[in-house]
Design a protein around this ligand. Structure first.
Ligand SMILES: NC(=O)c1ccc[n+]([C@@H]2O[C@H](COP(=O)([O-])OP(=O)(O)OC[C@H]3O[C@@H](n4cnc5c(N)ncnc54)[C@H](OP(=O)(O)O)[C@@H]3O)[C@@H](O)[C@H]2O)c1
Length: 303
């Protein structure tokens, strides 16, 4: 009897130790027809369920060696300098990782005809009149947003087969730094007062929904720009109260404040959020509601 050798899809995930990177590796490490390799700047992975190779995407030759050696069909770039306030200070580092790194990935992909899937943000917009469609005019308020917009533009002129997924306020389970939901739970469980802004409106994105959207892009081979956001548009204060209510925690500890009171280094888009109609119609993207996402998280959370 002849054996049916499955032609495995080869997927290389950069930023594998980060919040999105981990969840993406976790998802593909369970798929029979996929060979997944994770990569990040650290020497060691934070997970043990898939292969890993160290790579600093700001090092052009490092990128070329890793990409040419694995020869993937798809690259998912979840690597980035994501500290929005620190980006105002460490501008060169943010630019090298968020722009030059993407240029080096695009270059290697173009040579091998690899499809590059890159993650961007609603911070390319100024938050004057969100939510935004894919066609909306970008106007970043801070340096992080400027680097992410520059990364999109670099890809658009790169000649590389690519897809840009814009997302906002990612939350969900990942081993590395706690996401917003776990930060709220941990703070309130320890009786700690938390000051939460009432004037930042967006549609927080359940990380598993973003992973599903990435998989749809790979399945359908879609190119272009897609917004990937949650089903619910609300303020951060409303989001926090829903989390507290769902996990039976003390809402009295949630103090409403304005963004300006935080005196953060980087300005935040206030009336933001991402319209997901295009992803829903072209990819069959079906984002979870916040309540559904919290129910899924509750199963995995060790409270
Ligand atoms: N989190 C959000 O709410 C949000 C919202 C909108 C868009 N996004 C975008 O979504 C993507 C994933 O975000 P995330 O929250 O998962 O980020 P994250 O948790 O901060 O992970 C980023 C990963 O990139 C790695 N990295 C940093 N510099 C690198 C380099 N030079 N070479 C290789 N890897 C490097 C980091 O390694 P270290 O751990 O060593 O730093 C980290 O593992 C990013 O493009 C981000 O801009 C995120």
């Amino acid at each position: 009897m002849f054996s049916h050798d499955i032609i495995k899809k080869r997927i290389l995930v950069f930023g594998a130790n980060g919040m999105l990177g981990q969840r993406t590796i976790d998802f593909y490490s369970r798929m029979e027809n996929v060979q997944v390799l994770g990569s990040s700047v650290e020497d060691e992975p934070v997970y043990d369920y898939a292969d890993y190779v160290q790579c600093d995407i700001t090092k052009r030759d490092n990128v070329k060696d890793v990409v040419f050696d694995f020869y993937p069909d798809f690259i998912i770039n979840a690597a980035a300098f994501t500290n929005v306030d620190q980006s105002e200070i460490e501008r060169e580092t943010a630019w090298k990782i968020n722009v030059k790194g993407v240029e080096y990935l695009a270059e290697a992909c173009r040579v091998l005809d690899v499809h590059l899937i890159h993650i961007s943000t609603d911070y390319i917009f100024d938050g004057a009149n969100g939510p935004y469609s894919e066609k909306a005019k970008a106007n970043p308020l801070g340096y992080y947003g400027r680097t992410k917009l520059a990364s999109e533009n670099a890809l658009k002129i790169s000649g590389t087969v690519h897809t840009i997924l814009r997302t906002n306020v990612l939350y969900g389970i990942a081993n590395s730094r706690p996401d917003f939901v776990r930060w709220v739970i941990n703070s309130l469980k320890n009786g700690k007062e938390i000051k939460i802004v009432t004037d930042q409106i967006n549609n927080p994105t359940f990380i598993d929904d973003l992973v599903q959207a990435i998989n749809k892009i790979i399945e359908y081979g879609k190119q272009g720009v897609y917004n990937i956001g949650g089903r619910d548009f609300l303020s951060r204060f409303e989001f926090t109260n829903i989390i507290a209510e769902y996990f039976g925690l003390n809402k009295e500890l949630i103090i409403p404040i304005k963004t300006s009171e935080l005196k953060q280094l980087a300005k935040r888009p206030l009336k933001s959020g991402l319209i997901t109609i295009k992803a829903e119609t072209e990819l069959g993207y079906t984002p979870h509601s916040i309540m559904e996402s919290l129910a899924i998280m509750k199963h995995e959370l060790v409270l």
